[in-house]
Design a protein around this ligand. Structure first.
Ligand code: GAL
Length: 432
């Protein structure tokens, strides 16, 4: 009887132990304690930067798992088609990458975003983000997003050894004539002067936008205010004509390449120049290239006194699954630590005025100085900020057609028609 009792006890204890271990091993993960973020940072430099930001979050909130859902495609040209249906279906992730300015307007108009003015106040952000940035993340009287960086879009990247080998002094390339003359020299020597990777189409728009800025800040301002409506506007025609010339210097395989593959040609010296936002800097970093030694930059000719703005943000969508984690993510995004971990790798400058500049490379130190000293800032249209979505959504196709047919009149007509079609949506009056 005693033996039976002992055996029964042993069986029960064993069962409890096994059951306990099984419970520990098999219990469902604490799925509530995650934060899910969507973004399009998938190139080498971009991925390294977002991982650094996630690391800052993990250090502050070790119990929260970060689920990254990246959608490849520079400038978010694939991402937009993925995120919009999710948001409209009430399935927004806890936060997603979004440009400052117009890009968030349809979400705001539809009531899909929570105002986060109280978070801005409790984090003390109003005193550390410059006004130009603050104004771009407000709708009505409230804040709806938190900027993580400031990218500059009007930058020419060059391979230093290639220019030196062909006797080209980059400091002299301040006009389109001088720039194209340098391209002629390189072309005659069998070097690809300009690298372009427009499999994503947006890179064509990106270049046109910088050329439009080079036509003068007044013209750019008219453009983003929806006032360039004549297909025979001399500045619009001139910008397209310059772009056509620019295209005569690009690599023949441009349609097959992404933006970062195009940047890689300048990194390696296969091409001399690339017009790209300063996320390109992140690609030079991951290739271990040194600014000033291996590569350099100068402002797009005619835009020396301008800083073209591309600002990445996150927001607090309505009805997210993990609201507290979503807000904590935003806190890290807007924090000094978060920005000073992310931006030195990303290539951008911090959106805050109190960043630790010792953490930034020489390109960025110069960019920080330029940001303070330039006379004009302009919001990028290619990167969501400057013009209504109803206009900018048509731009990439128009410019991609132009790259194929170089038809200035057709492109000018299509661009101005798109502006007229969107006329009711130009709700921001930019004063640049
Ligand atoms: C921009 C974005 C940058 C960079 C770039 C290329 O629109 O703001 O952060 O990712 O696209 O993907």
């Amino acid at each position: 009887m005693k033996a039976v009792y002992l055996i029964a006890t042993a069986v029960i204890i064993t069962a409890l132990l096994v059951g306990g271990i099984a419970f520990v091993l098999l219990r469902p993960a604490p799925s509530a304690n995650v934060v899910e973020i969507y973004h399009w940072w998938t190139s080498g430099g971009e991925a390294a930067a977002i991982n650094a930001l996630v690391d800052v979050f993990k250090a502050k909130y070790p119990d929260v798992a970060v689920i990254q859902s990246p959608v490849a495609g520079g400038a978010g040209y694939v991402f937009q088609a993925v995120i919009k249906p999710l948001v409209l279906a009430g399935e927004a992730p806890d936060a997603f990458q979004m440009h400052a300015g117009y890009e968030g307007k349809p979400y705001y108009d539809g009531g899909y975003l929570e105002p986060i003015t109280s978070l801005w106040q409790s984090e003390g952000w109003e005193s550390v983000f410059p006004k130009v940035v603050r104004d771009m993340v407000k709708f009505g009287n409230d804040y709806y997003a938190v900027p993580v960086n400031i990218h500059r879009v009007n930058v020419v990247w060059y391979n230093k050894a290639v220019l030196t080998a062909h006797g080209i002094d980059p400091t002299t390339l301040t006009t389109w004539d001088a720039f194209f003359a340098a391209c002629d020299t390189l072309k005659a020597a069998g070097i690809t002067p300009i690298s372009l990777g427009d499999s994503g189409k947006w890179t064509d728009t990106h270049v046109l936008e910088q050329i439009i800025a080079s036509e003068g800040i007044d013209f750019y301002q008219d453009w983003v205010n929806g006032k360039v409506t004549s297909a025979t506007d001399p500045k619009l025609v001139d910008a397209l004509t310059k772009f056509s010339k620019y295209l005569s210097y690009v690599n023949t395989d441009h349609a097959a390449l992404t933006w970062d593959q195009a940047t890689a040609k300048v990194v390696s010296g296969e091409a001399a120049f690339n017009i790209m936002g300063d996320w390109a800097n992140g690609e030079f970093y991951v290739a271990n290239k040194v600014y000033g030694k291996d590569y350099g930059t100068f402002p797009v000719p005619g835009t020396e006194d301008m800083y073209g703005l591309c600002i990445d943000c996150f927001q607090h969508p309505k009805g997210v699954k993990h609201p507290e984690n979503s807000l904590n993510w935003l806190k890290v995004v807007g924090s000094k630590d978060g920005q000073d971990a992310f931006n030195p790798i990303k290539g951008s400058i911090s959106a805050r005025t109190d960043s630790d500049t010792t953490k930034y490379g020489d390109y960025q130190k110069a960019a920080i100085a330029d940001f303070k000293s330039v006379t004009h800032m302009f919001p990028s249209v290619t990167h969501g900020s400057g013009a209504p979505q109803t206009f900018s959504a048509k731009l990439n196709d128009i410019m991609s057609n132009f790259v194929t047919n170089k038809d200035v009149n057709a492109a000018a007509t299509a661009l101005t028609q798109a502006t007229k079609d969107a006329s009711a949506d130009y709700t921001t009056e930019w004063s640049l």
